[in-house]
Write a protein that binds this ligand. Structure first.
Ligand SMILES: NC(=O)c1ccc[n+]([C@@H]2O[C@H](COP(=O)([O-])OP(=O)(O)OC[C@H]3O[C@@H](n4cnc5c(N)ncnc54)[C@H](OP(=O)(O)O)[C@@H]3O)[C@@H](O)[C@H]2O)c1
Length: 293
């Protein structure tokens, strides 16, 4: 199984590379190998690739800077995956793309399902939604929406909060934003385990299309951070709840965007773990490796 992966250095990319050891060969492309602003280069790379599946883990993930740079965000998050999907369709290659809970406005009283209306409230969300729509034109495409990703890799919410909790006396954390954390290592394992199915499945396989992937259970940003920080004996910060409004970030965030995973569970017979033990395990590993810094 050979997987062509866009986004060699990212969090999910790194988790996938670790998960693939002994199970699949990953041909990972960095920005230097293929800049996602260059659609012609993307098409040429896919046309020439020796692979069974293409996975895009790269994205313009900086939510606040995206507000002032919509063209750059759309180039990477919408036009690039559109070019990937088109090039894959031309070669009959399956294509797996990652998206986000930020396609929703966050005005919900239950977890979002795949068919719920997507109405993004920031540039990042709009660019990711445009990417999803372009990708899903390809009949052998998979779009996996994830949210609040954490892992041992890259800079993510858990590693960042652990670091801040060692540096600061008081750590203010948003308590009025709710969602479903996603274990990036469980996601990576799922993508590698499912790759052979996607690589060989007929076009009418229910494993193609749009899916939500997240850990089980909803939480607040505050409780998410606290679950990780409570595992670190060297954490010194006192956690104080605050509001999104107090942070006054350039990009508005959906206040409540949990992802319902019933479709994932039904189609792939995969049951996500509750978020808390997954966060605690990741925090323990980061602390043990002294990677909280
Ligand atoms: N992290 C989350 O909480 C979260 C939540 C929901 C959805 N997602 C989605 O999950 C996916 C993976 O996220 P992640 O956390 O792994 O992202 P990440 O750690 O921020 O990595 C992003 C990757 O994209 C690459 N990239 C950005 N612009 C590029 C360009 N112009 N050309 C080539 N490569 C470029 C980066 O390369 P450089 O190292 O060269 O910059 C990096 O490898 C993305 O689709 C994201 O939208 C993430």
């Amino acid at each position: 199984m050979k997987i062509l992966q866009f986004g060699r250095t990212g969090q999910v990319a790194s988790a996938m590379q670790a998960a693939a050891r002994g199970r699949a060969e990953i041909i990972a492309l960095s920005r230097a190998d293929c800049d996602l602003a260059d659609s012609e280069r993307i098409r040429a790379v896919i046309k020439a690739a020796d692979c069974d599946l293409v996975v895009n883990t790269a994205a313009f993930t900086h939510v606040d800077p995206a507000e002032a740079a919509p063209e750059a965000a759309f180039a990477v998050n919408a036009h690039a995956p559109a070019a990937m999907a088109e090039a894959c369709a031309q070669r009959g290659l399956p294509f797996v793309h990652l998206s986000t809970d930020a396609v929703f406005d966050g005005q919900t009283d239950r977890a979002y399902i795949e068919t719920d209306r997507a109405e993004p409230i920031n540039v990042y969300g709009r660019s990711k939604l445009a990417g999803e729509q372009a990708v899903l034109v390809h009949p052998r495409a998979v779009v996996v929406r994830i949210s609040w990703v954490f892992s041992r890799y890259g800079r993510n919410y858990v590693s960042f909060m652990l670091k801040l909790a060692r540096e600061r006396e008081i750590l203010k954390v948003v308590a009025d934003q709710f969602g479903t954390p996603t274990d990036g290592e469980a996601l990576a394992d799922f993508l590698i385990a499912t790759a052979p199915r996607w690589a060989t499945a007929a076009v009418d396989d229910p494993g193609f299309g749009l899916f939500h992937f997240a850990n089980a259970g909803e939480t607040s940003r505050f409780d998410f951070a606290k679950a990780a920080i409570d595992r670190d004996p060297l954490a010194k910060a006192r956690l104080e709840p605050t509001t999104q409004a107090a942070f006054a970030e350039p990009a508005p965030r959906p206040p409540r965007s949990p992802l319902d995973t019933a479709k994932l569970r039904a189609v792939f017979d995969f049951s996500p773990e509750p978020w808390r033990p997954a966060v605690e395990r990741t925090a323990d590993r980061l602390v043990a490796a002294d990677l909280a810094g």
